[in-house]
Design a protein around this ligand. Structure first.
Ligand SMILES: Cc1cc2nc3c(=O)[nH]c(=O)nc-3n(C[C@H](O)[C@H](O)[C@H](O)COP(=O)(O)OP(=O)(O)OC[C@H]3O[C@@H](n4cnc5c(N)ncnc54)[C@H](O)[C@@H]3O)c2cc1C
Length: 393
């Protein structure tokens, strides 16, 4: 690989959805920028994920000139939410996609490179801030740096920012079990709250199946065997013929979104932006990546790269903060079994409640009056006991 210029306008650490979107956001705003996209892995590469892609992701990509990315994939129209025998199954207002990250992320990187980014294989270990630039590992200098290096972000650690609450999840690929085709199926846990198992039909005979749960400080993290056992208990038959099992942490968002000021920005998982209700993170990654790229381009155009962080905060706060407050509240409420069951009954009874829950879990949705009213009504419906098996302790 030929070395690039010694100094870049923008260096993006991590070329997942957040990093590729950062490059796209910056280059769409100013195609003349010198953008380095650094990743420790060679693409295509796998990433532990449920592979569920909200339609809103494609809206964001279209804004930066990327269209038709998933035209060859089969959209998934139905979503089934269940817990211990209660279920709400409905058509989503807009279909979602299930795209293996090996495919999705490589396509996003290709789009960023086509827009003008330079993809460099490099594992970042060290970040130093100087008055006029940021230096990575003593060899890559950039006016602005965006940390898009995932859940265990080196850039976040270099900024001295703590990580908040985390979940742990395991995923594999298995033949779609009978009764679960053409749908995204989510079965909430009965014991280890909050938790859920999923089976997302990829549309090619295989499903992405997995199980994840919130990690409590005073409880040991579940082992791989326990994660698999809990998945199989909640979704019997899901693990049969399963391969490519990988696990990873999910850094969950809280109501306290405070992006750093200055030349070093954070996007996606590096910024601890995973929906605490659903584990969704690709939409946040692309949304904050695009916003970070645009903020960097605007600050560079103004000749004030050190103001990129303030511009990014201003652009993201208005839309992100209210949503994060609402998801934090919903996640807190969802620790109660009674609330989850009321939510399922309300979603089964009313398409609008279902649609609002989907928006809250996948995009910028809020805890709407429709949801509050639906939950209130559902609390009044008496619960019938079910004979479904419980998860092992
Ligand atoms: C099991 C599981 C299931 C999930 N299911 C879903 C789902 O169905 N839908 C959804 O929307 N979200 C899901 N998520 C969350 C989603 O995977 C993340 O939110 C998303 O990948 C965040 O994108 P990102 O670009 O911020 O980080 P990543 O996708 O993690 O990308 C980070 C990149 O940075 C690179 N990198 C890391 N460190 C360095 C370094 N030091 N130097 C250079 N490069 C580095 C990595 O190689 C990687 O390519 C799931 C997560 C897990 C663990």
């Amino acid at each position: 690989m030929t070395p690039g210029p010694a100094r870049w306008d923008l260096a993006v650490v991590g070329a997942g959805p957040a990093g590729a979107a950062t490059a796209l956001g910056a280059l769409h705003a100013d195609p003349g920028l010198r953008v380095a996209l650094l990743d420790r892995a060679a693409f295509p590469r796998d990433k532990a994920c449920g592979d569920g892609v909200a339609p809103h992701v494609l809206d964001l990509l279209a804004e930066v000139g990327v269209t038709g990315l998933l035209d060859d994939r089969t959209p998934v129209g139905r979503l089934r939410l269940g817990r211990g025998g209660l279920a709400a199954e409905r058509r989503m207002a807009r279909p979602a996609w299930v795209v293996p990250r090996r495919i999705l992320d490589a396509r996003l990187v290709d789009a960023a490179v086509a827009a003008g980014a330079r993809l460099l294989r490099h594992r970042v270990r060290d970040l130093r801030q100087h008055t006029d630039a940021v230096l990575l590992d003593g060899e890559i200098s950039a006016a602005v740096v965006v940390g898009a290096d995932g859940a265990h972000s080196v850039v976040r650690r270099a900024l001295g920012r703590p990580r908040g609450p985390v979940a742990l999840a395991l995923r594999g690929y298995a033949p779609v079990a009978p009764g679960r085709s053409g749908a995204q199926v989510i079965e909430f846990g009965t014991r280890h709250q909050p938790s859920y198992a999923w089976s997302f039909d990829r549309g090619d005979g295989l499903a992405n199946v997995g199980y994840g749960e919130f990690l409590h400080r005073n409880r040991p993290a579940p082992t791989r065997a326990q994660l698999l056992e809990r998945l199989e208990t909640l979704l019997p038959g899901a693990t049969g013929g399963g391969r490519h099992w990988v696990g990873h942490h999910l850094p969950l968002s809280t109501a306290r979104w405070r992006p750093p000021a200055g030349r070093v920005l954070l996007a996606g998982d590096a910024a601890c932006l995973v929906n605490p209700l659903t584990g969704e993170g690709i939409h946040y990654a692309v949304a904050t990546g695009v916003a970070a790229g645009r903020a960097a381009a605007a600050a560079l155009r103004a000749g004030r790269p050190e103001q990129a962080g303030e511009r990014y905060a201003l652009a993201t706060r208005r839309i992100l903060l209210p949503h994060l407050r609402h998801t934090a509240l919903a996640a807190r409420l969802a620790r109660s079994t009674r609330v989850i069951e009321a939510g399922l009954r309300a979603s089964a009874a009313d398409q609008r409640v279902f649609d609002d829950f989907v928006e809250l879990g996948l995009a910028w949705g809020r805890f709407t009056p429709t949801v509050a009213l639906g939950l209130g009504r559902a609390f009044l419906i008496p619960v019938r006991p079910t004979g479904r098996p419980q998860e092992p302790a």
